[in-house]
Design a protein around this ligand. Structure first.
Ligand code: FAD
Length: 414
């Protein structure tokens, strides 16, 4: 570890959000870069198993701009697959008979794609590489934070083995069960869907031509998301008890069940990664800030993965926080002071609630077999498909270019 004390900020958690946050605050972007310490309970960066996460992430256009600005995208670009077309079907029919109710011609209509699909392993490797080259970031693996003293100035954190670190600002990027959030006494609004998302990568015989497919089955969405080559990332939603049963099947039987939902349109298909099931829920922190504390990523919000926006929301948090911190530090103000934190909270919480509610509504609408709802959603999809302005609205939301954008998401200098 590079010794950088005293730190301007301590980031708890070095997952996708924590590492990106380190780069946004301590890389080449801010005109006065902060000194940050990232601590993570998992292994040191050099010994991380990046392929342990079998998920992929849809990266919106503004998120890509941000990763480009942070110098991360070049290491991802070759493996990133643009969405050329998105089709949505009412997946109650069998897998080889699902007419598209709604289609978005991505690159053709908008001039360039609105999202790219990247494996989390690729993203994580690119972020790790860049963090390792960044002087102003110190990273400590195998370091779990146990206790927090937010009332001290600077705030103090203590590890499970008794080491203490302090900084004016603590950034919680420690995931959905955030210990930092709990220690600050911040409650969440939360409900479970009784659904799990089984995620994995598959390889298929025929090319996908950049087509993303979302099939709305009664149990929840079944998404086939194009990766580079003849590969796709799958998010297969089932009721939790069915997902549990599927996860216990031997691989050949699991594959049989999978093929029934996947269909034969891409030819022969086989598993190309481990598969893992993620329980799905919504969880929004009642506030994104505390004394000397900012919550980002899943520590602040967990949403349904139906639109692939969870990490993108985390990137919006980081971009907004970097804007607020950049402005405050330039004026010689305390980076952990309430005026900076309040500006961050104002920027992020309302947007998060809107996106979480939209994803929740989509999931409820599409995971409902009752005839009036089924008829309504078919009508809704057809209507959206025929009205270009409505379509543009959905495309902008999906591309992450709606609403007030922080500088990093626009690719503008600090
Ligand atoms: C099935 C599925 C599909 C998804 N698809 C998409 C998609 O297409 N696009 C998208 O944008 N998002 C997607 N998401 C959401 C996205 O994966 C998450 O939002 C993102 O991974 C969260 O990253 P994070 O860094 O906030 O949290 P985490 O990945 O949970 O990282 C938290 C880190 O904190 C560390 N930590 C925890 N506690 C402590 C402690 N006390 N001390 C030190 N370290 C600690 C952990 O070791 C971990 O490294 C999907 C989610 C699911 C479930």
């Amino acid at each position: 570890m590079k010794s950088q004390q005293p730190y301007d900020a301590i980031i708890i958690g070095g997952g996708l959000a924590g590492l990106t946050c380190g780069l946004a605050l301590s890389g080449d972007y801010l005109s006065i870069p902060l000194k940050t310490l990232i601590v993570d309970a998992g292994p040191e960066l050099a010994s991380r198993n990046t392929t342990a996460d079998a998920r992929g992430s849809a990266i919106t256009k503004s998120s890509r701009t941000m990763l480009q600005t942070l110098g991360v995208w070049d290491a991802v670009a070759e493996q990133a697959q643009a969405f050329e077309k998105i089709i949505v079907t009412d997946g109650k029919n069998d897998a080889d008979n699902r007419p598209a109710l709604l289609s978005f011609l991505e690159a053709g209509e908008a001039g360039s794609a609105s999202a790219w699909m990247v494996e989390n392993a690729t993203l994580l490797s690119a972020l790790i590489g860049k963090v390792q080259q960044t002087e102003q970031i110190s990273f400590m693996g195998n370091t779990a934070i146990d206790t927090f003293d937010f009332s001290a100035s600077p705030a103090r954190v203590t590890t499970t083995d008794g080491r203490t670190f302090s900084a004016p600002l603590i950034i919680a990027a420690d995931g959905r069960n955030s210990r930092a959030r709990q220690a600050a006494g911040i409650d969440t609004v939360r409900w479970d869907y009784d659904q799990s998302g089984i995620a994995m990568t598959v390889e298929h015989e025929l090319p996908h031509h950049g087509r993303a497919e979302e099939h709305f089955r009664e149990a929840g969405p079944f998404a086939i998301l194009p990766l580079s080559g003849n590969r796709s990332s799958i998010v297969w939603t089932e009721q939790s008890k069915d997902a549990e049963r599927l996860m216990q099947l031997p691989e050949p039987e699991f594959l049989d069940e999978f093929k029934q939902r996947f269909g034969s349109h891409l030819g022969e298909v086989k598993l190309a990664s481990d598969h893992a099931a993620w329980p799905l829920s919504v969880q929004i922190a009642r506030t994104f800030i505390g004394q000397r504390l900012a919550l980002i990523g899943d520590a602040a919000h967990v949403i349904h993965p139906i639109a692939g926006l969870g990490f993108n929301l985390g990137l919006r948090d980081i971009a907004a926080l970097s804007d607020c911190l950049g402005d405050h530090v330039r004026r010689g103000l305390d980076p952990g002071g309430q005026s900076c934190l309040k500006a961050y909270e104002e920027w992020r919480r309302a947007d998060t609630i809107m996106v979480a509610a939209a994803c929740d509504g989509l999931n409820r609408l599409f995971s409902n077999a009752a005839l009036p709802v089924a008829t309504l959603r078919q009508a809704g999809l057809k209507l959206v498909d025929r009205l270009p302005p409505l379509k543009a609205f959905f495309m902008d939301q999906a591309a992450g270019i709606a609403g007030k954008q922080p500088r990093l998401l626009r690719g503008e200098p600090d």
